[in-house]
Write a protein that binds this ligand. Sequence first.
Ligand code: SF4
Ligand code: SF4
Length: 158
Amino acid sequence: MPRIIQHPKRTLWVQSYVPEAIRGLFTTLRHFLRGLFKYETLPTIPYPTIKTPIPKNYRGMHRLLKRADGSPRCVACGMCAAACPARCIRVDGGESPNGQVEKQAVRFEIDYLACVFCGLCVEACPADAIRMDTGVTSFVHDSREKFIANMQDLSKAG
Ligand code: SF4
Ligand code: SF4
């Protein structure tokens, strides 16, 4: 059975458009003034002037940890690269001067254009050498190459 939808009656007030257009402009003006003088009451956040706090366990940019002597904790086992679903980690190892460990990373790169921030690399690491607790979540660069973070970037991050 067809359903008849009753449209509201268009009064002369609505039909003339002008009063409704003026009402709409007042709404715009109200929001404009609120944004100007009562900034903090707005339901939006004026990012990047104000940033929302990031939860402690939020996965941000990676951080490579160091040993007490300053050498990288990474033993270049490649477990993180193997676990990475985006194949965006490159790690090369070299001989470690520390007699306790055989190898250490001499090159470690993460391509942040491919990384999906899943955290599997952190889970896979047997040496607790990589974490994602820097709180750095915004990456803005002017070239694609700069999105590849190297060992220096990852060692100073956070
Ligand atoms: S967070 Fe996930 S995608 Fe990013 S480097 Fe680690 S394993 Fe790869
Ligand atoms: S960060 Fe961890 S898992 Fe990745 S190569 Fe280094 S030691 Fe292995």
